[in-house]
Design a protein around this ligand. Structure first.
Ligand SMILES: Nc1ncnc2c1ncn2[C@@H]1O[C@H](COP(=O)(O)OP(=O)(O)O)[C@@H](O)[C@H]1O
Ligand SMILES: [Mg+2]
Length: 392
């Protein structure tokens, strides 16, 4: 027996940000303090299959092996990798934790257990990982997990919903409209007219619930609008169209904590391309991160205060990165979005900003796990039964 905390680190997933998650997870697995934690790497394939094993990260990063798995349904094995077990997390509180599954003639059968987990760190981005779906499973399993709960995750992931919540609290945002794919498909001309009248050009067209700039286009003229809507509509039934921010700095601020969160020093991104698209984020080493951001002390303070306030307004927990546009001339601040599972890749701002604020990568993971356990303990205080007699 060991008194180390057993941490399930989950990565991959049924998301267009699967690959980004693998890069983030590699860094987390590398940085986590193995003297304090027993780490159980848990990979989710693009098809949604959960796998546990020493080499699962390498296995998921090797597309040819995943293909073999998805076609045959067989256990993943190769001469290069140790065996990966198919597993599932039962939506039942208790000691079972992850159970192993084995294919049988009429489906899968439980064949053993990987054992309990003390806490889960979902290093997942996008659909099913950052949108409240997996958080719901953790709640049903009664497992502590790093990051926002169901509400915070779901609201922050949906740009239309997050903007509506932030607007209700008076946060400064750029003008935007939300469009339903079905409405646009029925009346394309009317919808384009409405966008032109209320937002104009240039504007940004975004699927409501994605990240990593997937499906996002900058639109300069009406003849580009149609293609941008087609692209965004591939990914979501809701589309957000937003006014171009203009001559701005892209500023990011990391937030850490539960009910009394704190903000890091802000950082600045200079995208290598027209805007910070997928290529500029992950494939182009020419994008620059400037830490601390080149802001006046007053704008720095405003960004930090807004970051903490937005974290609270969206009911986040543990961590979030809050992104802003700050006008280069006037320093007017607009909030762009909140990411509840920010990137943890080597070039990612979230851990870098904490490093610059005096918290190392390993210490940051310690703190996130502590916050997850703390929040779970607090939630356990809630009574889940009620008897009117007791209150007479
Ligand atoms: N209104 C806007 N004005 C200027 N640039 C924008 C605007 N909206 C998005 N962008 C650019 O597109 C990038 C991705 O958009 P964002 O809304 O942050 O989506 P994601 O969740 O995919 O990161 C931003 O980092 C920025 O470079
Ligand atoms: Mg963004």
């Amino acid at each position: 027996m060991t008194d180390k905390i057993r941490v399930g680190v989950i990565f991959g997933g049924r998301s267009s940000e699967h690959e980004v998650s693998l890069t983030s997870a590699a860094c987390v697995l590398d940085a986590i303090d193995k003297s304090k934690y027993d780490v159980v790497p848990i990979g989710i394939t693009k098809a949604g299959q959960w796998l546990v094993g020493e080499d699962v990260l390498q296995l998921l990063a090797s597309p040819s092996l995943q293909l073999t798995n998805e076609k045959s349904g067989a256990l993943l094995q190769s001469s290069f990798f140790n065996e990966a077990k198919k597993v599932s997390l039962l939506p039942v509180p208790g000691e079972a934790g992850l159970v192993c599954l084995e294919p049988k003639k009429h489906g899968m059968e439980v064949s053993g257990a990987v054992g309990h987990l003390d806490v889960v760190f979902p290093v997942l981005h996008g659909t099913y990982g950052e949108d409240g779906a997996i958080q719901g499973l953790m709640e049903l399993s009664d497992l502590p997990y790093v990051g926002a709960g169901i509400t915070g995750s779901a609201v922050a992931m949906d740009k239309a919903m997050a903007k509506a919540v932030l607007a209700a609290s008076g946060f400064p945002q750029l003008p935007y409209v939300t469009i339903l794919r079905s409405h646009w498909e029925k009346s394309p001309i009317a919808v384009q007219d409405e966008i032109e009248a209320s937002i104009g050009y240039p504007c940004f067209v975004k699927p409501a619930s994605l990240g990593s700039s997937v499906g996002i286009s900058k639109v300069r003229r009406r003849d580009e609008l149609q293609a941008a809507l087609v692209e965004a509509a591939l990914y979501d039934r809701k589309i957000v169209v937003e006014k171009d921010a203009g001559n701005v700095r892209e500023i990011e601020c990391s937030v850490l904590g539960n009910e009394d969160p704190v903000a890091s020093i802000p950082g600045e991104i200079i995208p290598s391309r027209d805007f910070y698209d997928y290529v500029a984020k992950y494939h182009d080493s020419d994008s620059q991160l400037i830490i601390p951001a080149r802001l006046s002390p007053a704008a720095t303070k405003e960004v930090q205060e807004l970051a903490v306030a937005a974290f609270k307004a969206l009911d986040c927990a543990g961590m979030a990165r809050v992104d802003f546009f700050v006008d280069k001339d006037t320093e007017r601040v607009h909030i762009n979005e909140i990411n509840t599972i920010p990137g943890f890749t080597p070039i990612s701002m979230y851990p870098k900003l904490w490093e610059a604020s005096g918290l190392s990568y390993a210490e940051l993971i310690d703190e996130l796990i502590r916050l997850a356990l703390d929040r779970h303990r607090d939630k356990r205080r809630n009574v889940t039964s009620f008897s009117p007699q007791q209150h007479k």
